[in-house]
Design a protein. Structure first.
Length: 374
C-alpha cells in the first residue's frame, strides 16, 4: 500500500477492512488479493487499526500468499502478539500463505513466533531479521513444522545460538535455498558446517559480521556438497576470516557457480607479501560476476582494484562495489569539497576516470559508495 494523493496507506487498509466486515465486496474481488505490503502503514494518535485486523484479512483473503508487515520504516506498532492471539482463538490456519515478512517487528514474543508454524504451515519464505522474540526453540519449532521453507532471514537475531541453527540444518535439508545469518555473534563454525553439510541445495549464504566464523568453516563449505550450488557468499566483517591464497584457490576450484562474493578490504589487504598471488587467484573463479568490498580505507591503492577489475573471474567479472566511510578529505572547513587526490589512491575521481577509460573492454565496472555503518 503506497502513498496516495487522496488516501494514506492507513486509510486504504481501513477501507479494505470495513468493506470485508460489511461484506460489500464481491467474493470474486477478495479472491484477487494475493499480495499485501503493509510496511508503509502508520497509525496516528487519532486513527488506529482494530485488534482483529489480521484475522479479518486472513478470513476474507483466502488467496493471499505474500504478506509484508516489516517495521523497518514505521515500526509497525499494530503488529504485536495480541494481534496473533486473535488467530489462536479463532483456530486460524491459512494454508495459502507462502511469504511472510516480520522483519524489525519489536513487539513480538517467543510464543507468538512459535504459533506461526500453526497459522502458516506452508511457508516458503520467512523474514525475521531484527524481530524480537526469536529464540532457538522458536526457530526449531518453525522449521520443524514448516517443511517447505526455502528462504529464512535470521539476521541480527541476537539470542540465536548454534542450537537454533542445528535445527535449520536438520529440518530444512531438502528445500533450503537462502539463509541469512548476518550479525549473529553467537554463531560458531559448528552450526555453519552443519548447514553446509546437510543443505546441499543452498544458493545464497549470508554470514557477514559473524565474529566467530574462521577460515576452517569456509574450507568446510568449499569441500561440502553445498559448494556446487552456492551462488552468493557474504563474509564481510568476519574478522577471523582472511582470504589467503589457499582459501581463495579452494573456493575458486570448488564453488564453480559462485556469482557474488562479499568481503572486507582488510581480509585481502595490500600489506601482505602474497598479494599478487592472491590477486591471480581471483582469476580462477569461473562464474564470479560481482565482488563487494567493505571498509575500503582512505588512500587505499587504486591499482589493486584496477588489477582486480581486469583479472578476476577469467574476464567475466562485471561489477566491483566498494564501500567506504566518509573520508577526511571529503570534509574541509565545515563544507564538502573536492580535495586533491593522487591518481594512485582510490577516490570518486579516480573511479570515474577508470570507468571512462574502459571503452567497452572486458573490465569490470567499479562503483564507490559511502557505507553509513563504517
Amino acid at each position: 500500500l503506497s502513498n496516495s494523493v487522496v488516501y494514506t496507506p492507513l486509510q486504504c487498509i481501513q477501507a479494505i477492512l470495513t468493506s470485508m466486515k460489511s461484506r460489500t465486496q464481491q467474493p470474486e474481488t477478495t479472491k484477487l488479493i494475493n499480495y499485501l505490503d503493509m510496511s508503509q502503514v502508520e497509525e496516528t494518535l487519532y486513527s488506529t487499526l482494530p485488534e482483529d485486523w489480521l484475522l479479518t484479512l486472513l478470513i476474507h483473503a483466502p488467496n493471499l500468499h505474500t504478506l509484508c508487515l516489516s517495521g523497518r520504516k514505521t515500526s509497525s506498532p499494530f503488529v504485536q502478539s495480541s494481534t496473533f492471539r486473535k488467530l489462536t482463538n479463532a483456530h486460524m490456519v491459512h494454508g495459502g500463505m507462502e511469504n511472510l515478512d516480520l522483519s524489525e517487528c519489536t513487539d513480538m514474543r517467543e510464543p507468538t513466533l512459535k504459533s506461526l508454524a500453526i497459522f502458516f504451515p506452508n511457508l516458503v519464505s520467512l523474514n525475521l531479521a531484527r524481530t524480537s522474540g526469536v529464540t532457538d526453540t522458536a526457530v526449531a519449532l518453525i522449521v520443524d513444522k514448516c517443511q517447505y521453507l526455502e528462504s529464512i532471514n535470521l539476521s541480527y537475531c541476537r539470542q540465536l545460538t548454534d542450537l537454533g541453527l542445528f535445527s535449520v540444518a536438520k529440518f530444512c535439508r531438502r528445500n533450503l535455498r537462502v539463509l541469512n545469518l548476518t550479525g549473529n555473534l553467537k554463531m560458531t563454525n559448528a552450526s555453519l558446517m552443519a548447514v553446509a553439510k546437510h543443505c546441499p541445495q543452498i544458493q545464497k549464504l549470508f554470514v557477514g559480521e559473524c565474529s566467530q566464523i574462521t577460515d576452517s568453516a569456509l574450507e568446510w563449505i568449499a569441500r561440502s556438497s553445498s559448494s556446487v550450488s552456492l551462488k552468493e557468499l557474504e563474509l564481510h566483517r568476519c574478522d577471523k576470516v582472511m582470504f589467503g591464497l589457499p582459501l581463495l584457490e579452494l573456493l575458486a576450484n570448488k564453488c564453480n557457480v559462485l556469482e557474488r562474493l562479499t568481503l572486507t578490504y582488510k581480509q585481502i589487504n595490500s600489506q601482505r607479501d602474497d598479494l599478487k598471488l592472491v590477486m591471480e587467484a581471483f582469476r580462477n573463479f569461473q562464474q564470479l560476476r560481482t565482488i563487494d568490498i567493505y571498509e575500503v580505507p582512505e588512500h587505499s591503492p587504486a591499482l589493486f582494484f584496477w588489477d582486480l577489475a581486469f583479472q578476476a573471474s577469467q574476464g567475466n567479472l562485471e561489477t566491483i562495489n566498494l564501500y567506504r566511510g566518509s573520508f577526511t578529505t571529503d570534509y574541509i572547513l565545515g563544507n564538502y569539497a573536492v580535495a586533491f587526490e593522487h591518481d594512485h589512491h582510490i577516490s570518486d575521481q579516480t573511479v570515474h576516470r577508470f570507468n571512462e577509460r574502459r571503452n567497452g573492454s572486458h573490465k569490470a565496472k567499479v562503483h564507490l559508495f559511502v557505507d553509513e555503518n563504517y
